[in-house]
Design a protein around this ligand. Structure first.
Ligand SMILES: NC(=O)c1ccc[n+]([C@@H]2O[C@H](COP(=O)([O-])OP(=O)(O)OC[C@H]3O[C@@H](n4cnc5c(N)ncnc54)[C@H](OP(=O)(O)O)[C@@H]3O)[C@@H](O)[C@H]2O)c1
Length: 287
């Protein structure tokens, strides 16, 4: 399978590097800017393409690693060429294969989405963590899904097949566990800054707290990992926190704390204190 990439950004760079390091033939890159195209080609020891038709004819499979908003228009451009027997893949978590490749049968090609559950924050280094990543495959055709499951399996990658109708909810789940954690850390950072912590001290101080917490969540589940005022049924501390907050952040704290009351009950039952916190948050804070 010769694989080409349209879109030389973080995911294109990283998948290309991972594939080439694992002896998968990467034909090369075609991207909006010549600079990115050449940089990606040099990083992966592959070709820089300046014509869409050339990368299409040289590749058996094309990964459309462009922003979600560009996937449809890139597919429209690709369809103008002969794509019989080729695999077109996009990597969006939220968009299904049918959303993009709904008419692909007419062109004799196969369309799939393959979403790596991985935060690609840097185009030069992210590939190093990919061997442990989970890849979610979603395809209109069972055979196409099976083929890519096998291809990725040969590289030692873990895969899971999901239905197109579940993609938005699947992606929502990924965002909760990843992107929105960044937002929570930003809120934490701002409050520690208010308390006189320097940038360096903030992340040193948070590292053991956050690392142990994450390890606990991943090994025993969120309910058993839960500690803190809600788990202790300590309504006075919850009230103190709320007194520091206003507007949207107050709502975020209340909403997340309500979920924490549900986890606390799951962990240890309720002596009335936890339900009291939940009622207080629902009736007096969120109204
Ligand atoms: N980042 C993540 O953590 C992550 C994780 C899983 C899945 N994904 C998915 O992977 C896909 C790519 O995301 P990304 O993070 O790699 O985005 P990105 O870093 O913004 O890269 C996208 C690249 O696409 C190129 N591009 C944009 N419009 C184009 C067009 N019309 N034709 C050709 N090239 C075009 C741009 O290249 P130029 O530099 O040439 O302008 C840009 O570098 C998205 O579908 C995203 O949902 C991302």
């Amino acid at each position: 399978m010769k694989i080409g990439f349209i879109g030389a950004g973080k995911v294109g760079f990283s998948l290309g590097k991972f594939f080439s390091e694992n002896n998968v033939r990467v034909t090369g890159y075609y991207s909006r800017n010549q600079g990115s195209t050449e940089e990606a080609a040099s990083f992966t020891n592959s070709e820089a393409y300046y014509e869409l038709k050339d990368i299409i004819s040289d590749s058996d499979a094309l990964f459309l690693t462009v922003p979600d908003s560009e996937i449809n228009s890139v597919y429209e451009d690709i369809k103008a060429y002969n794509i019989v027997g080729k695999y077109l893949l996009h990597c969006s978590g939220a968009v299904s294969s049918t959303d993009v490749f709904g008419d692909i049968d007419k062109y004799g090609a196969f369309g799939l989405s393959i979403h790596p559950l991985f935060p690609f924050n840097d185009k030069y280094t992210a590939y190093r963590g990919l061997k442990d990543a989970f890849f979610c495959i979603e395809a209109r055709e069972k055979d196409a899904a099976t083929l890519w499951e096998k291809e990725l399996g040969l590289l030692g990658l873990k895969t899971k097949n999901i239905w197109g109708k579940n993609k938005a909810e699947y992606h929502l789940a990924c965002v909760y566990a990843s992107n929105l954690v960044c937002s929570l850390f930003e809120l934490s950072r701002r409050h520690l800054e208010n308390c006189g912590f320097s940038h360096e001290e903030i992340f040193k101080a948070l590292t053991p707290l956050a690392k142990s917490n994450l390890e606990n969540i991943l090994s025993v589940g969120p309910h058993k990992a839960l500690s803190g005022p809600v788990e202790r049924g300590d309504k006075e501390t919850v009230k103190k926190h709320l007194s520091l907050l206003s507007g949207r952040e107050k709502d975020v704290y209340a909403l997340l704390s309500i979920t924490a009351t549900e986890l606390a009950k799951q962990k240890q039952g309720d002596n009335g204190n936890i339900q009291d916190i939940k009622d207080f948050l629902e009736k007096e804070v969120l109204q």
